[in-house]
Design a protein around this ligand. Sequence first.
Ligand code: FAD
Length: 385
Amino acid sequence: MNFDLPTDVQELVAVARQFREQRLAPLEQEFLLNGNVPWALRPQLQEEARALGLWAIDVPEEHGGLGMGQLAVCAVHEELNRHPMMFETGGAPEPVLYHCSPEQWEPYFASVVSGDRRSCYAFTEPGTGSDLGAIETTAVRDGDEWVINGQKLFIGLAERVEFLILFASTSPEKGSRGVSIFLIDSGTPGYEVVRTIPTMGDAWEPTEIKLNDCRIPAGQILGDVDCGFAVADEQLSHGRLKIASYQLGIAQRCLDEAVAWAQQRSTWGQPIASRQGIQFMLADSAVELDAARLLVYQTAWHTDEGRDVRTEAFKAKLFATEMAQRVTDRCLQVFGGRGYAKDNPVQSYFRQVRLWRIGHGTAEIHRWMIARDLLGPTANDPPRA
Ligand SMILES: Cc1cc2nc3c(=O)[nH]c(=O)nc-3n(C[C@H](O)[C@H](O)[C@H](O)COP(=O)(O)OP(=O)(O)OC[C@H]3O[C@@H](n4cnc5c(N)ncnc54)[C@H](O)[C@@H]3O)c2cc1C
């Protein structure tokens, strides 16, 4: 077995490292002290990253991407997350958009690859997040249109994107098997971003959305009617894997910072690095980080091999996000009071990683899915596509 990243992936990671060191690093203190950088800077940074080749990494070459797969995506995002800004490379359509029809391809898939448009997922509602079958937003067919009514909560960056990928119930009596996916352009009458929800994380801008008799053409359903669950079940693994890869860069950066501080800081005439209590925190963090990295890259590799990684992706995200929570906590502890200061990236990471045990599926739901794979069907099982 060869655990080295392929040469082309290593080369892309080197580009990402150069971009992080030269373009992101100078923005770090502004980001930490203000909780963000001016929003207009992000598209500009994405364009700069694009000029270096960091764009549409896993999009097949025939669709205008690099065609490099999930191993490359994970390796690049591990590298970029050594900066606390959680900078995303652009040009990668949400995986469900590979289900676009020929008519939808240009406005909803190709336009994301070209960088002209961006999207976000709108799934969660006031009454449900984990339980897809409890969605109350409805889409009712009326002639050549769908009429959508409902409310969505915690929808990331809805004010910043050009279209929504919205989950709505088309057959409420069928529960999760009666959900469909719709593509809704920003500015469509009846679709309104009501407010931005302040959160404990830096740079997050989840929003509340209302849909009030929002009419869209019949052709803006993605995939078949009532097939939203099947499409999402298959495609959300990529997102989980990418989130897992963020945790590697986060934990590595925090560990690097904590190691350096432990060697620099002395108490009672000795560096704290010589204290076993500190050493154990660093050692446990290093071991857990290595284990998470193996799990994430193995899952990425299996994805690129075309295997079904749904359970593996649950395992990778579960382990990596809980690892990152423990590592950021320990590293903050190594810093003492300086770990709590706003100018220290560790405190920002500590708050931000908390999201990933909730967003894109909670840790409890991940455990449920993993257990179901071990046990087979049991009482209370959610359906699987
Ligand atoms: C910053 C931020 C950004 C977000 N961005 C988006 C976005 O862009 N798009 C989007 O659609 N959503 C987004 N979300 C919402 C997120 O995906 C949901 O919060 C998440 O899926 C959990 O849903 P919930 O909050 O309704 O919790 P619930 O489903 O109500 O769960 C509450 C608690 O109960 C536990 N639980 C529920 N059911 C079970 C069970 N069967 N067994 C054991 N435990 C259970 C859960 O694990 C959790 O601990 C975002 C959230 C945040 C905070």
